[in-house]
Design a protein around this ligand. Structure first.
Ligand code: HEM
Length: 451
């Protein structure tokens, strides 16, 4: 008789509820604890649902690359659809392919390079704003600052509209929408969409406001620019895409592209503020070549330590810390059975802290990305992997590196007392738990003080 492949081990949890309460108390820490207790691949029951937490590099690789056709976006991505509609992130298979083909030209190497002046412009005005804040003795709050920067870059560079199209009211809608997308495991999330519950009303109101915003992006689009942006790329490559499909794609790019990049930058700056030795190395690297306040793209290409610093930030604090797939048919992951219909959770946060892969995994150490060190395939996945890998990854890396190098070269940062390095995880992205306030001092002023 053929031996039966075992199911993965996992917490028993409470009758009926399973591990739901542990998850609700702190989802990321619960997943990290489960990894420690049950190994890299485990099984978690939450209420009526059973999940496989697949975090070993081999399982990650199998789900995202080797046996990709067996894994669809699944039920958890349906929550995203409530906000973003049917766009690149939520579409599957044959629906997804033509959309990816239509948008890809806006994210080629050449297209991303053509966006650099927008990044440079934002970095330049940041330097002026921070100098002014320092002169007036005002601290800077990093989360809101990074969100503003990333929003401006994506609107101006990728969507071809003015950054001022986004205001505080939109920020509130976006924050609420991000909260809606994340499954909190509450009963109200399980009720049918047509019921007039407070949550369903909130979902509908937000979606309506986001669609109005997408329409204002279309109305404000500057079609006569030299650069290729998402809208011009779609109109050229896929002219029969309906206006409503186009609006969903714009929302997808705006929402998927700016919150993530902002959090990557925010964590990088939080690390910078706490690591004077690394700060000195970054500012020496940037200072050695940069003539203007903001390094040029050619100069940035030579900043190897900044690359390692950004890579390490995205390892320890991956902005997308968990994402799902559903198994279409039975499969075997790292020797364990995954039954058809199971939701599989992939967690960059847990995989990136796997002690079987990373030495001293909770230490922040950019050195691990310098030189020839190699990690196994599936071990480093801040942008996902395979055909569905993040379309904006080169743009995000360029943007974070440019802001980081500019700031490292121009300012000294001191974090004001706050609970830095802890994350609030009940969101799609990994955000610091509290606001992060820093005192910024321009280096020329700092040097004058030191004299
Ligand atoms: C540090 C910044 C970023 C991080 C950490 C990040 C992370 C990710 C991850 C993990 C995925 C894969 C999700 C999955 O396979 O289920 C993804 C997909 C995606 N990302 Fe990003 N992202 C970032 C920046 C951006 C930017 C700048 C854009 C657009 C301008 C963007 C747009 C998208 C889109 C549209 C997808 C879906 C791609 C597809 O399935 O074809 N992201 N991202």
């Amino acid at each position: 008789m053929k031996p039966v492949t075992p199911l993965p081990p996992g917490p028993r949890g409470l009758p009926l509820l399973g591990s739901l309460l542990d998850y609700q108390k702190g989802a990321a820490d619960f997943l990290l604890r489960t990894r420690t207790r049950y190994g890299a691949d485990s099984r978690i029951r939450m209420g009526p649902y059973v999940f496989t937490l697949a975090t070993s590099p081999a399982s990650v690789y199998r789900v995202l690359v080797e046996n990709r056709p067996n894994y669809e976006r699944g039920v958890l991505y349906k929550q995203f659809e409530l906000v973003m509609g049917r766009g690149l992130l939520t579409l599957d298979d044959e629906d997804w392919k033509p959309h990816r083909r239509a948008i890809q030209p806006a994210f080629t190497k050449a297209a991303v390079a053509s966006y650099y002046p927008f990044i440079e412009h934002q970095a330049q005005s940041l330097v002026e704003r921070w100098r002014q804040a320092s002169a007036e003795g005002r601290p800077i709050e990093l989360i809101s600052e990074c969100l503003r920067l990333a929003s401006a870059v994506i609107l101006e560079a990728s969507l071809g509209v003015r950054a001022s199209i986004a205001d505080d009211a939109l920020r509130r809608v976006v924050d609420e929408s991000i909260d809606i997308m994340f499954p909190h495991g509450t009963l109200s999330e399980q009720l049918p969409e047509w019921l007039p519950t407070p949550r369903n009303r909130r979902v509908r109101q937000n979606r309506k406001r986001l669609l109005n915003f997408a329409q204002s992006v279309l109305d404000g689009h500057e079609a006569d620019r030299d650069t290729i942006d998402v809208i011009s790329s779609i109109r050229r490559e896929h002219p029969d895409l309906s206006e409503s499909e186009l609006r969903d794609e714009l929302l997808t790019i705006y929402l998927a592209g700016h919150e993530t990049t902002a959090m990557g930058l925010c964590w990088a700056l939080t690390m910078l503020a706490q690591q004077p030795g690394m700060h000195a190395r970054l500012s020496e690297e940037a200072g050695a070549t940069a003539v203007a306040n903001v390094p040029s793209m050619a100069e940035l290409a030579g900043f190897g330590y900044a690359d390692a610093f950004v890579a390490e930030t995205l390892r320890l604090f991956p902005p997308i810390w968990v994402f799902p797939r559903d198994a279409r048919e039975d499969d075997t992951l790292s020797g364990y059975r995954v039954q058809a219909g199971t939701s599989v959770l992939l967690s960059p946060l847990v995989t990136h802290r796997d002690p079987d892969v990373w030495t001293n995994p909770s230490a922040f150490d950019p050195e691990r990305f310098l030189g020839k060190q190699k990690h196994p395939r599936g071990a480093y996945i801040p942008f996902g992997l395979g055909a569905r890998q993040c379309i904006g990854n080169a743009m995000a890396l360029l943007e974070i590196k440019a802001f980081l190098a500019t700031i490292a070269r121009e300012f000294r940062l001191e974090v004001l007392p706050t609970s830095i390095n802890s994350y609030g995880d009940s969101l799609v992205s990994l955000r610091p738990l509290d606001e992060v306030w820093v005192k910024v001092t321009p280096f020329d002023a700092a040097r004058k003080v030191a004299v």
